[in-house]
Design a protein around this ligand. Structure first.
Ligand SMILES: [Zn+2]
Ligand SMILES: [Zn+2]
Length: 476
C-alpha cells in the first residue's frame, strides 16, 4: 500500500477505520483496538486475533504488501498468506476452477502450493480475515431455514443478511486491494453459499431479488434466522346490498376494541358485527390459513349507502398466509356464501402490493341514484326541469359539516356530468345522476345549509331530506 492511497482513503474513513488500516497493514500491534460502544467483549477478542500481526510474522516470512492483486500468482500467494479460507479464496482469486465455493478455493490453494511450496507452510488458516469464518455457519443457517419454512407454502425466497459493519468495511478494503477485479463481495457470496446448500433440501424454490414469497433475514453475528411470510393480494370489486355495513372494521366506540371487548359490543370489540373487510376477508383468510387481512378500497361509501353495478374495486391483503395458491372461483363462492346476499363479488384475481397504491390514488366518476323528501310537494314538470337544469353545472362545495372534524375547510369545484333520470313520487323525488370524482352527493341534494351551491334544494326552492342513496356505478 502506498501513502498516496492512504491519503485518498482518509477522506472517507473515520479515525477508527484509519487505525484499522494501519493495524492490518502490519504497522501496529493490536493491543488497544478501538471499539464502538456497543461491541461485546467476544467481538473485541475476535478482533484481537484478526488484527494480530504476529500470526503472520510467526511464519517467518515477511508479507509483500505491494503484491499485485489476484488473479496474479503473487496476488494469490498474498491472500493465502493473509490466511483466507477456501470460500474466500475462491471468490477473490479470479481463477477458473472446476468446482465452485470452498472446493474451488481448495483447487486454487493446491495450485499455489504446487507453484511455490513455501506457501504451504502457512497451513490451514484459523480465522479468515475476509469472513471471520462466516462460511462455517452455512449448514447451521440452512437447517434453521428449512425447519422454519416447513409447512409454509412458497415458491420464491429472498435473503437479507445482516453483518457487522466493521467486518463489511474491512472485507471490502482487503478485497478491493488484493482481490481480483470484480470479486464477489462477502454478503453476496454468503447468500450464494446459503442458497446453493439450501437447494439440496428445497429443490423447487427460486431465489429472487424482489417480491419473494418468503423473506429470510439472517443475522451473521447471532445466526438468528427470521422468516417473513410476505402477504398475498387479491383484486376484485364488491357490491354492497345492505345499508348497515361499514367497509372496514370499526372498533367499538365504548371500549375502542381493546382487550376482549365490552358489554356494549358483546365482547366483539366491534361497533358493527359485520364489515365488507371481514365478510370478504374472513373466508379467504381461513382458506389461506392466514393471520389477518387489510382492506384497501377505491374510496368508500357511507354505511347506509349501497354500492351496485359492477361494484367498487378493492385489494384484499392477506397477511402471513401459510397457503398462497388457491382456486379463485372457489374463493369467490366462499365469499358469496358468507356475504349471504348483503355483499357480492363476481371475481377475484391475484395482484401485487403496487395495486394498492394504484387503487388508493384512483379517482373516478360515479353514477348515483338518490331519493329525497321535499318539504313541499313539488310540481312534477317544474321539478324535473329544475333538476335537469343542473346537468353540466359546476358546483361549489364547502367542506361539509359532517366531515369538517377530519378534513380541512376549503371549497371544491365539482361538475355534475349529467342528470340521467328524474321521477317524482308524491313529495319524494328519485334522481339518477353522474358526477365528477369527489362530489359530496348528499350535500348536492340538501345543500348543507347553503354550503353547496347550487343544489337540488336551491333550484327547487324547498328543503330536501335524503331518504337513501345508491352508488349505481363506479366508472373505472
Ligand atoms: Zn473466508
Ligand atoms: Zn366494546
Amino acid at each position: 500500500m502506498t501513502w498516496d492511497n492512504l491519503d485518498e482513503e482518509e477522506h472517507e474513513l473515520s479515525e477508527g477505520d484509519q487505525w484499522q488500516l494501519f493495524a492490518s497493514a502490519g504497522y501496529a500491534s493490536a493491543e488497544s483496538v478501538p471499539s464502538s460502544e456497543d461491541e461485546s467483549k467476544a467481538e473485541s477478542e475476535e478482533e484481537d486475533v484478526w488484527f494480530d500481526g504476529d500470526d503472520v510474522e510467526a511464519n517467518g516470512t515477511s508479507l509483500d504488501w505491494d503484491a499485485p492483486p489476484c488473479p496474479t500468482p503473487l496476488g494469490i500467494a498474498h491472500v493465502i498468506k493473509l490466511g483466507v479460507c477456501d470460500h474466500c479464496l475462491y471468490r477473490v482469486a479470479g481463477r477458473r476452477t472446476k468446482n465452485a465455493g470452498s472446493a474451488g478455493g481448495k483447487e486454487v490453494r493446491e495450485d499455489a502450493h504446487a507453484r511455490d511450496p513455501g506457501i504451504a507452510k502457512f497451513g490451514t488458516p484459523e480465522l479468515c480475515p475476509l469472513c471471520e469464518n462466516l462460511f462455517d455457519d452455512v449448514g447451521n443457517i440452512v437447517s434453521r431455514v428449512t425447519e422454519s419454512v416447513a409447512g409454509v407454502q412458497h415458491s420464491t425466497m429472498q435473503f437479507g443478511i445482516h453483518l457487522p459493519k466493521d467486518l463489511i468495511q474491512e472485507e471490502d478494503r482487503i478485497r478491493s486491494r488484493h482481490g481480483a477485479p470484480g470479486s464477489r463481495p462477502l454478503k453476496a457470496a454468503f447468500v450464494d453459499a446459503i442458497q446453493a446448500d439450501l437447494s439440496n433440501y428445497l429443490s423447487d424454490v427460486r431465489f429472487v431479488k424482489e417480491i419473494p414469497d418468503l423473506m429470510i433475514r439472517v443475522d451473521g453475528l447471532t445466526l438468528r434466522v427470521d422468516i417473513d411470510i410476505r402477504p398475498v393480494f387479491l383484486y376484485g370489486r364488491y357490491r354492497k346490498l345492505s345499508r348497515n355495513i361499514p367497509q372496514t372494521r370499526w372498533p367499538c366506540r365504548a371500549c375502542r376494541g381493546r382487550d376482549k371487548g365490552c358489554e356494549s359490543c358483546q365482547g366483539t370489540g366491534l361497533q358493527y358485527p359485520d364489515s365488507i373487510q371481514d365478510i370478504i376477508g374472513e373466508p379467504i383468510r381461513e382458506a389461506l390459513n392466514a393471520e389477518d387481512t387489510s382492506f384497501h378500497g377505491m374510496g368508500r361509501e357511507d354505511i347506509d349507502v349501497r354500492c351496485l353495478g359492477r361494484g367498487r374495486p378493492f385489494v384484499m391483503e392477506i397477511k402471513n398466509p401459510l397457503v398462497r395458491e388457491h382456486d379463485l372461483d372457489e374463493l369467490v363462492s366462499l365469499v358469496n356464501n358468507n356475504g349471504s346476499g348483503m355483499v357480492e363479488i363476481d371475481s377475484l384475481e391475484w395482484t401485487h402490493k403496487k395495486k394498492v397504491a394504484k387503487i388508493k390514488q384512483h379517482r373516478s366518476e360515479k353514477t348515483y341514484t338518490i331519493r329525497f323528501k321535499c318539504s313541499e310537494t313539488p310540481d312534477e314538470e317544474i321539478a324535473i326541469a329544475a333538476i335537469e337544469g343542473l346537468s353540466g353545472i359546476v358546483l361549489e362545495q364547502k367542506t361539509p359539516k359532517r366531515v369538517s372534524h377530519r378534513r380541512a375547510a376549503k371549497t371544491r369545484k365539482r361538475k355534475v356530468t349529467s342528470v340521467d333520470r328524474v321521477s317524482v313520487i308524491d313529495d319524494e323525488i328519485e334522481v339518477t345522476l353522474r358526477c365528477e370524482a369527489g362530489t359530496y352527493i348528499k350535500e348536492l341534494v340538501h345543500s348543507d345549509e347553503g354550503r353547496t351551491t347550487p343544489s337540488v334544494s336551491s333550484v327547487l326552492g324547498c328543503k330536501c331530506e335524503v331518504v337513501w342513496l345508491d352508488v349505481e356505478e363506479i366508472h373505472d
